[in-house]
Design a protein around this ligand. Structure first.
Ligand SMILES: Nc1ncnc2c1ncn2[C@@H]1O[C@H](COP(=O)(O)OP(=O)(O)OP(=O)(O)O)[C@@H](O)[C@H]1O
Length: 863
């Protein structure tokens, strides 16, 4: 490099001399082209344009509004002189924005679109905002379509309704449309056309649900025999009416009216078999071919492991559809079968009961029916970044091999055999040393070998575990980008039955490294800035989005840097979880992070209670039982989605909140795996005060991108090596006791954006998934026993206790989604109010109030 530099410096004066005779001719040609391009791309140009459009929008708005009041006075002047009014100083107009305002408004209102002209203010506004913010806050083409429809529809409607009014309500366009349509269809026909167009738009936009009012089925007790008393609230739920079955509580809360049903326990089906099958995962063996180059020494052969055959003209499925249990269709069939019975009842009460008994046992709960129309993102939303074909340069291989042999020879180390495996970023040379050579000697020569190969990022693995060889990894001159698209298209990912499959990257032998986050069960990522952490996080998140349904997975995203995860805001109503009452689902504020982590701990405790009550050991067994309808939603049971907590900059949090953050994270990391809560934590600074012993002990799976020192590498991986990586997604993953070098799959921000947009545009839940409420201990201090300062949930808690006649704190926790401390405090307040008796150790407290009527009296007297 330095040599090159010197050469070019030396040459420069010569060049100048040659060009002296005609220096001016080239300049004017080149410069403007570069400048215009740069100018168009320049962020500042966008901001200036943004400001211009916003002002234009405001200008039009003021001019139009002023026109509404001054049009009569200004009409003659503007109409008579047309555009020349702009240049006649003697003409005075009343419009607030002078002659230009009067002329523009006249032009838009009278000659154009009437009152619909306000849509232009909106149009300029959205362009302005998009330019200023620097991304598509408003979707341009969609808005253009709405605006064109609005201009036609509103102008014609106003022209139709206002008839011969002097004010140009519909403008020239509205009048013309109205005249033509009324002539063609008649006045009534034109009116009907407008009504139909208006209604069609409303239906299209809001997907209005037309439901015939249904009769309320009489409460039925028998089908619930296995569950105890049915809940009033559920009986009243109208969405359950057609089949006289009850929606599961969590589905009902999400309110999409899907006929998801709660039914009595059924006999165990072959469901368990299905769950067991999920465990199996086949790993296609990497093929290898042998290539023997002309080696001078007789014993030395060289083996090149060919990359796995290209994901051949892979029949890429247009839309990836994960295996949804066939039971889906079954549920629908049942629904259709039942309907006729319900429509034609001779005796309402009897007919309504029958379907419940018949339909129930065959209809397993299917969480994906919450959003039954949900479409998984298609692979073509992602890009192919170059070909995934690994470039093998035979001369480069030969040269490196000879250099390794020579270097070792210089230190009197002879070898028996050398082979090479070419990966996407590095080539692994495996050496079998001659008998009697000590491995530590080769290891100590790491730097010398690196120097002689004049390459950065040499890593020596001595010995390669389980192979009896010594590995030397040398970076390839030409690296290959591993596209996430190709990894997601691979059979291994497509047919994976893992709970939370994540496509991480490619191994040196070109095999896809796809792992199950649920088994990891948490992941710690570290890497110096700019080495590929953010891309890595996106890769993991996008993999999960391609495989999971919104009902099965929720993300809690913590982004102290505020920009890295903001793209995922679009999927808030599908995949994000947040605290009740929070506006933003993506958490950027440290205080809120502490609350969210504690809320997650509460969710974890609640889930453990549910698991315990269901007699299950983990989320899989629990959800299995729930889908088989063996758990009663009225007792607080619900389908549990996996929750993945992602923290993009952990160091930042520890610096600002220290123990407050560390404690809940350590708790979650220790306990949350069984209840389906998994953590992905990334940090730029892997120092020991950030990645403490407690944290490390609970994150067995760790990823290191390039770090700045060997110490950092040791902190994260317990071994050096990550400082030798070459950046741009080159990484080491320590998982299952193995250390593997991978090239991280690459997904670019626009790809993530289009996946998020694709999901965000679909119908979602009414809100993000709500985590349990967390009340800061400090906020509640001193309020414990004072009835005047009762907890806001006091009355609700009292009702829960009296309805169930069970004075148990864990009942309050489960039913009201509360943490242990708050539930305990509520119980103390209930005791102070005489509603429950004193604490009786492990037994539930006595409930002193026997009926709800008595309770209401007590509550009223406390007001
Ligand atoms: N897997 C990859 N394959 C190819 N190039 C990559 C890969 N990962 C990252 N890069 C390149 O490296 C650049 C920096 O990556 P990224 O933004 O993920 O770094 P980072 O570690 O998150 O940095 P920071 O901590 O400053 O946010 C990317 O813009 C991209 O060009």
């Amino acid at each position: 490099m330095a040599g090159n530099k010197l050469k070019s410096e030396k040459k420069e004066p010569k060049k100048k001399k040659e060009q002296l005779p005609d220096p001016s001719t080239l300049k004017p040609d080149k410069e403007p082209e570069v400048k215009v391009k740069e100018l168009v791309k320049d962020e500042r140009t966008h901001k200036v344009l943004g400001a211009f459009f916003l002002l234009l929008s405001l200008y039009c708005f003021i001019a139009f509004t002023s026109y509404l009041f001054t049009w009569e006075e200004d009409f003659d002047k503007v109409h008579r002189y047309s555009s020349s009014v702009l240049f006649r100083h003697e003409i005075e107009v009343d419009n607030l924005l002078g002659r230009l305002g009067a002329f523009t408004s006249h032009w838009f209102f009278f000659k154009g679109f009437g009152i619909a002209s306000y849509l232009f203010c909106y149009f300029f506004f959205i362009i302005g905002i998009n330019f200023i913010v620097g991304r598509r806050v408003f979707r341009f083409w969609r808005n253009v379509k709405y605006i064109i429809f609005g201009l036609l529809f509103i102008s014609m409607t106003f022209a139709f309704l206002t008839g011969k009014s002097a004010f140009p309500w519909g403008g020239a366009l509205g009048d013309a449309l109205n005249r033509w349509t009324s002539g063609f269809l008649g006045k009534t026909g034109a009116g009907l056309l407008l009504v139909v167009a208006g209604l069609s738009w409303i239906i299209w936009k809001f997907n209005v649900d037309f439901k015939w009012p249904e009769k309320k089925p009489k409460p039925v007790k028998e089908p619930f025999a296995g569950f105890g008393e049915p809940d009033e609230e559920l009986e009243d739920d109208e969405s359950s009416a057609p089949f006289a079955t009850q929606p599961a509580k969590n589905n009902a809360m999400k309110g999409d009216g899907s006929p998801i049903t709660v039914i009595p326990p059924v006999e165990e089906e072959a469901f368990e078999q299905e769950l067991q099958l999920i465990e199996k995962e086949e790993e296609p063996a990497a093929k290898s071919i042998t290539y023997i180059p002309p080696v001078p020494e007789p014993e030395l052969t060289m083996t090149v492991n060919e990359p796995e055959p290209e994901p051949e003209p892979e029949p890429e499925p247009e839309i990836y559809t994960p295996p949804v249990p066939k039971k889906n269709t079954k549920a629908e069939e049942v629904a259709f079968e039942i309907k006729p019975v319900y429509e034609d009842p001779t005796d309402d009460e009897v007919e309504e009961i029958v379907p419940v008994r018949e339909a129930v046992p065959t209809d397993p709960y299917e969480p994906t029916l919450d959003l039954r129309d949900y479409k998984y993102p298609a692979l073509d939303l992602l890009e192919n970044h170059g070909s995934d074909k690994i470039v093998q340069d035979a001369s480069e291989l030969e040269k490196n091999k000879n250099q390794i042999i020579d270097t070792l020879k210089n230190y009197d180390i002879s070898i028996q055999k050398i082979s090479a495996t070419v990966g996407p970023t590095v080539t692994l040379y495996e050496i079998v040393p001659a008998a009697g050579v000590r491995i530590s000697r080769i290891k100590n020569l790491e730097d010398d070998i690196a120097l002689s190969l004049s390459a950065l990022g040499i890593r020596i693995i001595a010995p390669i575990p389980g192979r009896g060889t010594i590995g030397i990894e040398v970076p390839n001159v030409k690296k290959t980008i591993v596209s996430l698209r190709n990894m997601l298209a691979s059979d291994k990912f497509q047919h994976s039955q893992m709970d939370l499959p994540i496509a991480i990257g490619k191994k040196i032998d070109n095999e896809n490294f796809i792992a199950d986050l649920a088994k990891m069960p948490h992941l710690l990522m570290a890497g110096a800035t700019g080495q590929g952490k953010s891309v890595g996080i996106n890769t993991l998140l996008v993999s999960l989005l391609y495989k999971k349904h919104p009902s099965q997975l929720k993300f809690v995203l913590v982004d102290p840097k505020k920009v890295e995860l903001s793209l995922y805001k679009l999927i808030e109503k599908h995949f994000l979880a947040k605290l009740p009452g929070e506006e933003d689902a993506i958490i950027t504020d440290t205080k809120k992070v502490v609350h969210t982590l504690n809320a997650l701990c509460i969710e974890m405790d609640l889930r453990y209670d549910l698991l315990k009550e269901a007699g299950t050991r983990n989320i899989r067994e629990y959800n299995g039982k729930f889908t088989q309808r063996r758990l009663n939603p009225q007792k607080g049971h619900r389908y549990l989605p996996f929750i993945v907590l992602v923290i993009d900059e952990f160091a930042d949090l520890i610096m600002t909140a220290g123990k407050e953050v560390e404690m809940p994270i350590a708790r979650l990391a220790q306990l949350a795996r069984a209840v389906g809560i998994h953590l992905i934590i990334a940090t730029q600074r892997p120092s020991v005060n950030i990645i403490t012993g407690t944290i490390k002990a609970n994150f067995p799976a760790r990823i290191a991108f390039k770090v700045s020192s060997k110490i950092d590498s040791r902190t994260i991986l317990d071994i050096g090596g990550a400082e030798q990586l070459i950046g741009q997604g080159d990484m080491l993953i320590s998982f299952n006791g193995e250390l593997v070098r991978l090239q991280c799959a690459f997904v670019d921000t626009p790809e993530v954006e289009s996946v998020a947009e694709f999901i965000g545009e679909q119908r979602g839940y009414p809100d993000a998934f709500l985590l349990p409420e967390y009340v800061d201990e400090k906020d509640m201090e001193g309020k414990d026993f004072s009835l005047a300062d009762r907890d806001p949930l006091f009355e609700e808690a009292a009702r829960v206790i009296v309805q169930n006649q069970q004075g148990s704190t864990s009942l309050l926790q489960r039913r009201m989604k509360l943490g242990y401390n708050r539930a305990g405090r509520l119980m103390d307040q209930l005791e102070a109010a005489g509603i429950v008796g004193p604490n009786m150790g492990s037994k539930a407290r006595d409930v002193n109030v026997k009926t709800e009527a008595d309770l209401e009296e007590i509550l009223n007297s406390m007001l």
